[in-house]
Design a protein around this ligand. Structure first.
Ligand code: DSN
Length: 421
């Protein structure tokens, strides 16, 4: 009994020093590195409280007021609040806040309206799409007949005429709008017009831009799409997790597809944290944040262009800057490694028509959601662009790497992170 009580009340550090130390090391990495992975962010401490809460003890399969377990009176209130906040934030008829991940959210939307063998038209992965938009090894590529659209070779922006042409030819059941590495605005009204013309359903995956939509600095796909899927941990600055919005007519099908279709019990700590995330994203300060994310990406982009780097599509409208590194004679893989050593975290990324393999690439994807959450502005983006330029010009030079690393740690220290953790 003594052991039981002691164990139940002990800290992680006490019970599992190995994991505790690694979490501390990760905290230190987050504090000292400049985080430019476009799909990452730093959540407010309050979000970590929901995530680390005793809600993990509870099963709550089903939906509020129709749960399959007893004792759900509080957790169903939490879920109802999350649902109402998501609907209000994006102007949706219906929301399901249970999906564990963006891929599961997409699965739920697709399974609600598609059968194996149906056609799907979505963006090519190597032009900026996501695995769950039809990659041959993903369930989408295995289950559906995929037709893929890409960007125009000249403008490197979505070729809407090509989308319309491919839709007329392939007559897909679903058209997917949205991307993981596309730095430009997406014209959802145009996608919907194409979908309506061929009798397809429009599913928009807004995972990357959800925070920009919530902050009013990107068009909202909700009025144009029958389904909108999203993660909560990117620009939206919430917990790792996802949700799906849909028109009222699909509400029942969507809910049945999420549970019992593809998931069992919801992760209630994540549902609570999603509720808090939706609350914060509806506040006026979030508009300021979202607008600064875009200003920072524009500043980073402009300074890198000044340094002679080529930016895919010639610029950015959102939080992403996609660099073409070929003029610097360095691959995305080597650039990611050198920058990491210099205290700047990024990821290699294919650029449209990339001659390199996906694990090597000629591109580097940068994004500003996380640095903006730390309070950095255009001035700091200029310092970061200088540092990136220096590293890309001398990726093998240990002195350069060491000097930049020290400068980036100093920059990080000027924008404290999680002081109370
Ligand atoms: N893996 C994510 C990204 O980095 O964009 C997409 O889900």
């Amino acid at each position: 009994m003594a052991y039981f009580n002691e164990m139940m009340e002990a800290s992680l550090e006490h019970l599992d020093a190995e994991i505790s130390a690694l979490i501390s090391s990760e905290l230190s990495r987050q504090r000292t590195h400049i985080e430019l992975i476009a799909s990452e962010n730093f959540v407010p401490r309050a979000i970590t409280e929901g995530l680390g809460s005793i809600l993990t003890n509870k099963y709550a399969e089903g939906y509020p007021h129709k749960k399959y377990y007893g004792g759900c009176e509080f957790v169903e209130q939490i879920e109802e609040i999350a649902i109402e906040r998501a609907k209000k934030l994006f102007g949706a008829d219906h929301a399901n806040v249970q999906p564990h991940s963006g891929s599961t959210a997409n699965q739920a939307a697709y399974f609600s309206v598609m059968k194996p063998g149906d056609g799907m038209l979505a963006m090519r992965l190597d032009h900026g799409g996501h695995l769950s938009h039809g990659h041959p090894l993903n369930f989408t590529g295995l289950m559906y007949k995929i037709t893929a659209y890409g960007v125009n070779p000249e403008t490197e922006t979505i070729d809407y005429d090509e989308v319309a042409h491919l839709a007329r030819e392939s007559r897909p059941k679903v058209i997917v709008a949205g991307a993981s590495a596309y730095p430009r605005r997406i014209d959802f009204a145009r996608f919907r017009a194409v979908a309506d013309e061929v009798g397809a359903i429009l599913v928009t995956d807004m995972a990357h831009i959800a925070g920009l939509v919530a902050g009013g600095v990107h068009d909202n796909p909700t009025p144009h799409s029958q389904f909108v899927t999203s993660t909560t941990h990117k620009t939206l600055r919430g917990p790792r997790g996802a949700f799906v919005l849909c028109n009222a007519e699909y509400a029942r099908d969507l809910d049945r597809t999420v549970f019992p279709g593809v998931q069992g019990g919801p992760l209630l700590p994540a549902v609570a944290a999603k509720a808090t995330c939706f609350k914060l994203a509806g506040e006026p300060e979030f508009k300021v944040y979202a607008s600064q994310v875009i200003k920072n990406a524009s500043a980073l982009c402009a300074k890198l262009q000044e340094k002679g780097l080529r930016v895919v599509s010639g610029g950015t409208d959102n939080h992403i800057v996609l660099l073409d590194l070929r003029s610097r004679k360095i691959t995305g893989k080597a650039a990611e490694k050198a920058l990491e050593a210099a205290g700047i975290t990024t990821n290699k990324n294919a650029i449209p028509f990339d001659p390199e393999k996906p694990m090597v690439t000629s591109g580097l994807r940068l994004g500003t959601p996380a640095v903006t959450s730390r309070g950095m502005k255009e001035e700091e983006m200029s310092l970061v662009a200088d540092a990136i330029d220096e590293v890309l010009s001398a990726a093998e030079d240990e002195n350069v790497i060491r000097t930049v690393r020290a400068r980036m740690a100093e920059l990080g220290a000027a924008f404290p992170l999680y002081e109370s953790i």
